[in-house]
Write a protein that binds this ligand. Sequence first.
Ligand code: GLV
Ligand code: MN
Ligand code: MN
Length: 412
Amino acid sequence: MNAISFSRLEQRLRTLAGFGGLPGGGVTRQAFSARHEEARGWLLAEMASAGLETWVDAAANVFGATGIRHFSPDRPVVLTGSHIDTVPEGGPLDGALGVLAGLECLQTIVEAGLTHRLPLAVAAWTDEEGRFGSLFGSRAFSGRLDTARIADMASSDGERLVDAMARAGFDAFRAGEAKVDPAAISAYVEMHIEQGPRLEEAGVPIGVVEAIVGIRRVRARFVGQADHAGTTPMERRRDGFLAAAEYAVKAREIVGKHGGAHAVANVGVVHVHPGVANIVPARCELVHEMRAPDADVLERLAKSFAALARRVAKRRAVEVEVQPMSATAPAVCAPPVQAAITDACAALGLPAMRLHSAAGHDAQNLASITDAGMIFIPSVGGRSHRIDETSAPDAIERGANVLLHTLLRLAA
Ligand code: GLV
Ligand code: MN
Ligand code: MN
């Protein structure tokens, strides 16, 4: 049975983790940061040294391919990939694994001269983690980017996408030109760490992803009244923070009661204004994220949260404004890609289980233009988006070999 070189993959994973590597472990390599741009240069060189054709599109997506020099409906390609950007203080595998395993598979195929009817390509999609807007690169590639919004896209620290891309040598206003003709893509399969505990707890080495959650983010702004924190009687305070806090706690209860088995929600950003100890908070703004693999559940939750915000605000005599920030739709993984992964697992003698992805992935954009699917491997302790994110070496090797045999099947 043909197999990837694990030592080469492991070495590349270690090298990539050095771009933005943190002294205490983990990686900070956000899209278009200096470390990210160095990593992009390194990746392009690795792809070229592996014998692949390389190019970078208008949305800064990086591609390496065998059998094509650009995307064309005349030569539909089997595509794999993931992302090399990370969240702040993230781990070494989220995204990096899918890109480098894809590169390793293509290099194995080229070097061993393995037969494939269709060309193959590996992508590193831009800004998957949404520093400027979630799944930016794959969104542009799939023709789902709202180009009218480009001028307003900015990171939470205030940097504009236009400036960040200009520094990296790209014109953000041309990102829409990355849109591919869907006829040029035959299928897409992405390998990724699960980032949760289900595979590890089930003792199953491979996950075949059936669906990917939709993610909505809203900004809720509770506006009360600034007052002297010592002299204002407690019952007269109109405290923006307390309204936001009550909203966050009650929203958690709603998910538990009405979210079904798979919905989750998170408040990961809170700003209190003016943010000093001796003023009753006049204003509190939070970002509320909600996820579910079922579009109806997601819609119902969003409505319940908006109604909750109004109820809490009324009772606490503050104003509230709830603004949508972003929304991705849940995606279904294509049965032919799921079947190719399942067949590859059977050929390799590896048990597999079907599961949904609770994280967002570029595959959900690709699913709108082609047959798309995902291969998951177990994450130790289910840990991800933290510096101690890891997967066992043999889990990585098995997953990369499943990717190899899935690609060969899809390209046969
Ligand atoms: C991507 O990492 C996500 O937030 O799901
Ligand atoms: Mn991530
Ligand atoms: Mn990821």
